[in-house]
Design a binder for this molecule. Structure first.
Ligand SMILES: [Fe+2]
Length: 244
């Protein structure tokens, strides 16, 4: 793209980089390639957020996640030791009936923080779902709603309005700013203050590749530089909270 090069470093809080963990990086070679691309674009730290679905227990998920993380850390320690310890662990927790009652739920939060990346369902949102989000907040968890821009067809304006009144943070995928079909909606959301966090949600090196630099460049080109800076600060603060 012919946009101005992004100069500021960034933190990516949503990506599927752990090898052979979910539908993201299929092996260590792809994980390494994604990490190298993130670094090339200016990434200074990231939180790996593999999908969590209730097809397994949280404890089984954490065991698999630790194994995948260890494989990536071993590669980092031998190839780019400067990056050792810069990857935090989280999850993209799929909303389901019963999620909020799981006693292990807080183990899916980002690192040592209470931030939980929550993927709302791709089906009509019900009042029970919104009540569960309220329960999460009452339990001291701060939900980060993953890629809200993908949900209007499912949620409807009323449900989204209700969600936005809660103490949640909204994450947008950088790709939403880049694609013609979603660009207008994404820019409008940023202008209206409905985005606090930008993530790549990258899964691989082609169709869903790391694209933070291009997403930020589009924001600056669209006169959203102030919002881009605020989002980068938010990303950095959450990363720090997770890594403390
Ligand atoms: Fe994701």
């Amino acid at each position: 793209m012919l946009f101005r090069q992004e100069k500021k470093p960034f933190h990516d809080l949503h990506l599927h980089i752990l090898p052979d963990m979910d539908d993201g990086a299929r092996d260590i070679r792809m994980s390494a390639g994604m990490l190298q691309e993130e670094i090339r674009q200016g990434c200074e730290g990231l939180i790996a957020t593999p999908h969590y679905y209730p097809t397994e227990s949280i404890s089984e998920f954490l065991t698999r996640r630790q194994r995948a993380y260890r494989e990536l850390e071993d590669w980092i320690e031998s190839e780019i030791p400067d990056w050792s310890g810069r990857i935090g662990l989280g999850a993209e927790a799929a909303y389901h009936n019963g999620l909020v009652c799981d006693p292990d739920l807080e183990k899916l939060c980002m690192g040592h923080s209470r931030y939980l990346l929550l993927e709302m369902p791709f089906e009509k949102w019900t009042s029970g779902m919104l009540r569960d989000v309220r329960t999460l907040i009452a339990n001291g968890i701060r939900p980060i709603i993953a890629h809200l821009e993908r949900f209007p067809e499912y949620a409807g304006e009323d449900a989204i309005g209700e969600l936005l009144e809660m103490d949640v943070l909204i994450q947008m995928n950088a790709g939403a700013l880049l694609h013609r079909s979603s660009h207008h909606r994404a820019v409008t959301m940023v202008k209206n203050g409905i985005t606090q966090i930008l993530g790549t949600d990258s899964h691989n090196l082609d169709s869903r590749c790391p694209n933070m630099k291009d997403g930020l460049a589009v924001m600056r080109k669209d006169h959203l530089g102030r919002q881009a800076d605020e989002i980068l600060d938010n990303n950095a603060a959450i990363y720090r909270a997770a890594m403390e």
